[in-house]
Design a protein around this ligand. Structure first.
Ligand code: SAH
Length: 218
C-alpha cells in the first residue's frame, strides 16, 4: 500500500507540492491496521490503493487521498484536530498517531457508534467521536490547529473557518455533490487572512445535513 501511495504521489507531485511523504505520516499509515476498518468481505482489498464501501453508501477513502490530506495538514504532536465525517474511523486513527487529540463528528448514528467502539477496542484513546452535523463544527474544543473534512461540501462551512486556529490548516473537498470536487487547502494567517490553494480533483460522498437541506429548499 505504501509503495502505491508513494508512486501515485510522485506522479502527482506538481499538484500536491510534495514528492514524498514525511517519515511521521509514513509511520502513522504503517501503524494503523486498515483491515480492521473495512467490512469482512472486503478484507482482502484493505491494503489496495482504492476507496472501499463501508456501509450505508459511505466509503473509506483511498489510502493515497488519506496520505495526501494528512501530509498537507503538517501536524505536530501537540495539535488538536477536528475531523468531519468519521465514517469507518480509519482517518481518525491515522491522525491520532500524529497529534495530541482528535475530535471527529459523524452524522449517521450507526456508523459513528461503530467507529467509536472500534477505535476504543483498538486502543485509540485520544479520539473522541460525536454523532451530529459537522457543518457547525464542535465549538466546545475550538480552536483547532487543523481541520479535515472527509465529505464534499458545496462551500466551506463558516463555522469551521471560525473554529480554525490562527496559523491553522484545513483540508476540505469543495464542489457540487456527485461531481468531481476540488481538494482545497485553507490556511488562516496571522491577522485572520484566509489563503486557499486548490490541490487536486477528488470525488467524495456529499456532506449531508443542514446545508444540504438548505440547498433543496432554495
Ligand atoms: N473519514 C472516513 C471516510 C469518510 S466518508 C474514513 O476514514 O473512513 C464520509 C463520511 O461523512 C460518511 O460517513 C458520512 O456519513 C459523513 N458525513 C456526511 N455529511 C456529514 C455531516 N454533515 N457531518 C458529519 N458527518 C457527515
Amino acid at each position: 500500500m505504501l509503495q502505491d501511495i508513494e508512486w501515485e504521489l510522485r506522479y502527482t507531485s506538481d499538484l500536491i507540492g510534495r514528492r514524498t511523504l514525511s517519515p511521521r505520516t509514513l509511520d502513522a499509515l504503517r501503524s494503523v491496521p486498515r483491515h480492521k476498518f473495512v467490512p469482512d468481505h472486503l478484507r482482502d482489498h484493505a491494503y489496495d490503493n482504492c476507496p472501499l464501501e463501508i456501509s450505508k453508501g459511505q466509503t473509506i477513502s483511498q489510502p493515497y487521498i488519506v496520505a495526501v490530506m494528512t501530509e498537507l495538514l503538517e501536524l505536530d504532536p501537540e495539535d488538536v484536530v477536528l475531523e468531519v465525517g468519521t465514517g469507518s474511523g480509519y482517518q481518525a486513527a491515522v491522525l491520532s498517531r500524529l497529534v495530541k487529540q482528535v475530535y471527529t463528528i459523524e452524522i449517521i448514528p450507526d456508523l459513528g457508534q461503530r467507529a467509536a467502539d472500534l477505535l476504543e477496542a483498538l486502543g485509540y484513546d485520544n479520539v473522541t467521536v460525536r454523532i451530529g452535523d459537522g457543518h457547525q463544527g464542535w465549538p466546545e474544543h475550538a480552536p483547532y490547529d487543523a481541520i479535515i473534512v472527509t465529505a464534499a461540501a458545496s462551500r466551506i462551512p463558516p463555522a469551521l473557518l471560525e473554529q480554525l486556529a490562527t496559523g491553522g490548516r484545513m483540508i476540505i473537498p469543495v464542489g457540487p455533490p456527485y461531481h468531481t470536487q476540488e481538494l482545497v487547502l485553507v490556511e488562516k494567517m496571522a491577522g485572520g487572512e484566509i489563503r486557499k490553494r486548490h490541490v487536486l480533483p477528488v470525488a467524495f460522498v456529499p456532506m449531508t445535513g443542514e446545508e444540504a437541506a438548505l440547498a433543496v429548499d432554495e
